[in-house]
Design a protein around this ligand. Structure first.
Ligand code: IMP
Length: 196
């Protein structure tokens, strides 16, 4: 039987990407599908807190099973920064591409001269089932921050992130390879397996 889940994201690309990672009997509903307009608050200081905050906000309004995700890039030398602030590390103005450039420049400046360049991408999914019970799923990919940006595919911090076991940045890999090993793929893989 088909099961509908609301995905608390305003990003249609994410919806398509995640739909492809879930079993065929799960049908994702976008916020537009449930006629939701407006911004969902994201004001918590952790990925878990933000993911739960977004899912609770939608569950309280619609009373239907829903989930949301939150991702951050965490570096060891900077005590986990940019972390939950990854999207707006260098400020919230400009196009997506401009913000990504500014974020990467700031990160490389903060890590200038640092010998410890260990980093990880971490995705947290918060799912609230029909009874209101909350469930969390996590996906991690470990790696290191390069000395300079390399590559052009992907988005965000991809040009400066080299996953463990590779000599290429995420932005130098074919997208399907990144999508196979990424934090998001791992988190949604766990979610998909659990929901099956
Ligand atoms: P979100 O929670 O998925 O919106 O991700 C927050 C921020 O983390 C994004 O704006 C990007 O800066 C960064 N980010 C998330 N996923 C990736 C990725 O796969 N590659 C590079 N950067 C990412």
């Amino acid at each position: 039987m088909t099961q509908s889940l609301i995905f608390a994201t305003a990003n249609p690309h994410k919806l398509t990407e995640v739909q492809a990672m879930l079993p065929a009997h799960i049908r994702l509903l976008s916020l537009a599908d449930v006629d939701f307009v407006g911004d969902i608050p994201e004001t918590e200081p952790t990925l878990e807190g933000n993911a739960l905050q977004k899912a609770r906000y939608i569950f309280e309004r619609f009373g239907k099973p829903c989930f949301s995700d939150d991702t951050g890039l965490e570096t060891e030398a900077l005590n986990g920064a940019p972390g939950v602030y990854s999207a707006r590390y260098a400020g919230a103005t400009g196009s997506q591409a401009e913000k990504a450039q500014a974020n990467m420049s700031k990160l490389l400046a903060e890590l200038s001269g640092a010998s410890n360049r260990k980093a990880r991408f971490r995705t947290v999914i918060a799912y609230i089932d029909a009874s209101g019970t909350e469930h969390l799923f996590e996906g991690v990919v470990n790696g290191a921050i390069s000395e300079k940006p390399c590559g052009t595919t992907g988005f965000g911090y991809d040009p400066v992130f080299i996953p463990d076991g590779y000599h290429l940045s995420f932005a130098q890999m074919p997208l399907d390879e990144k999508n196979r090993i990424s934090h998001r793929a791992r988190a949604f893989g766990k979610f998909a397996e659990w929901i099956e």
